[in-house]
Design a protein around this ligand. Structure first.
Ligand SMILES: C[S@@+](CC[C@H](N)C(=O)[O-])C[C@H]1O[C@@H](n2cnc3c(N)ncnc32)[C@H](O)[C@@H]1O
Ligand code: SF4
Length: 379
């Protein structure tokens, strides 16, 4: 029996905390910034990467943000050269998130030649009015242009991020975006229902009563998404994620399966040997700490095995395959049918869960409320 604590780390997340402009809904740690801080961040990041275990050879790498493609060619070259020196290149899956307004053919080619083989593009909507409402810096035309650039640069595994239940988005507008996004022919789709995050302009507008949340409309949009994605040959493997067969994002699957990972950069989380550490969400402070030869972690939390297993259960139920009992026991050392038997029965009675001899999984109805279902498993 292997507990997650003893497993080798095979995933690396790198947080790039810069955006050209903050979107109205977004609570990820990022800021619009000067060239000077970006240069300083790149140097600190390279230093932090150099502190990872010397024999660490990631199988998945994910550069997220923020907007990684906001870094210029020179900054990318510095990072890629450092990764080569540190033996961090060559991951079978290497994703970089991109905003369609921040991509050039030169940048795409540089990333592809270094071994990046998956790009995740923040499209959100293909309705120009909604893009503006969301505070996006890109136009709908830029989505099509960037998609072509990525194909031209040789990328064969592209994800498009979409958002649904955006205030002002009708079912007809969602259908149109979905149809146009699917017609682009990407290998992967992520479609997130909008979350009203505190301290965002959209949240303030909701609080001020400038629009209402329409649950029925959101449900209808989900239905449309699941149907259309399936008809187009995508497999739904997580609540919001759809992939061509065998092209599920392995980096994210590792998160949902509660596997270990290193995270570097401001605000990044690591999960190693059962302990979760989180870097400061402050780029200036992050740089100062690293430059002074100190760690950049703000907090460290060590969960007891049962709490860890409860979190793993909750996360893993986001996946359509649910939790195979054997895999859950290997990962956590706990029996899902033991400690959580009553929770499983309740979900089955409600029609939200399905119990088979080898696994427990949420039904299509249950996946819609996976956060509430997952809460029941926390210990
Ligand atoms: C870090 S961003 C992606 C890359 C790039 N920063 C961009 O936006 O183009 C990750 C994705 O999370 C989703 N997202 C961010 N904030 C969200 C929110 N409040 N509700 C729902 N989805 C959100 C968006 O689809 C976004 O593309
Ligand atoms: S959604 Fe992407 S581009 Fe917009 S603020 Fe968040 S991280 Fe930046």
């Amino acid at each position: 029996m292997v507990e997650s604590g003893a497993e080798p780390v095979t995933s690396l997340y790198v947080h790039v905390p810069f955006c050209a402009q903050k979107c109205a809904y977004c609570a990820f740690y990022s800021e619009a910034s000067s060239g000077e801080l970006m240069g300083r961040y790149v140097r600190a990041l390279i230093e932090e990467l150099g502190r990872l275990a010397a024999d660490f050879r990631p199988q998945t790498v994910f550069f997220g943000g923020g907007t990684p493609t906001l870094l210029n060619l020179r900054q990318w070259e510095q990072i890629l050269n450092a990764m080569a020196r540190l033996g961090l290149l060559g991951a079978p899956e290497w994703t970089v998130e991109c905003n369609p307004a921040t991509l050039s053919l030169d940048k795409a080619r540089l990333l592809r030649s270094a071994g990046v083989n998956r790009v995740s593009m923040g499209v959100q909507s293909l309705d120009q009015g909604l893009l503006e409402r969301l505070g996006r810096i890109h136009s709908r035309a830029m989505v099509f242009k960037s998609f072509d650039i990525l194909r031209q640069a040789g990328f064969e595994n592209l994800n498009l991020d979409l958002m649904l239940a955006i205030p002002g988005q009708t079912l007809a507008v969602w259908r149109q975006t979905l149809a146009e996004a699917i017609a682009l022919g990407s290998e992967h789709l992520s479609a997130y229902e909008i979350i009203y995050e505190e301290d965002t302009p959209l949240y303030a507008q909701l609080q001020a009563g400038q629009f209402d949340v329409d649950e029925d409309l959101a449900c209808a949009m989900h239905e449309e998404l699941v149907e259309r994605a399936a008809a187009a040959g995508f497999e739904r493997y997580e609540i919001a994620n759809f992939a061509r067969p065998s092209l599920a994002c392995q980096h994210n699957v590792n998160y949902w399966r509660a596997g270990p990972f290193y995270g570097v950069g401001p605000s990044a989380t690591s999960y190693v040997r059962g302990a979760r550490t989180k870097n400061w969400s402050n780029t200036q402070l992050y740089c100062e700490l690293i430059e002074a030869g100190r760690g950049a972690a703000e907090s460290r939390e060590e969960l007891v095995p049962l709490a860890r297993a409860g979190e793993a259960a909750a996360f893993g139920l986001r996946m359509v395959a649910g939790w195979p009992f054997d895999e859950f026991r290997c990962r956590t050392g706990q029996d899902l049918r033991g400690e959580w038997a009553a929770d499983i029965s309740r979900l089955v009675e409600q029609g939200w869960g399905r119990l088979s001899p080898d696994r427990f999984q949420l039904t299509r109805a249950g996946l819609r409320f996976a956060d509430a279902a997952g809460q029941m498993f926390l210990r």
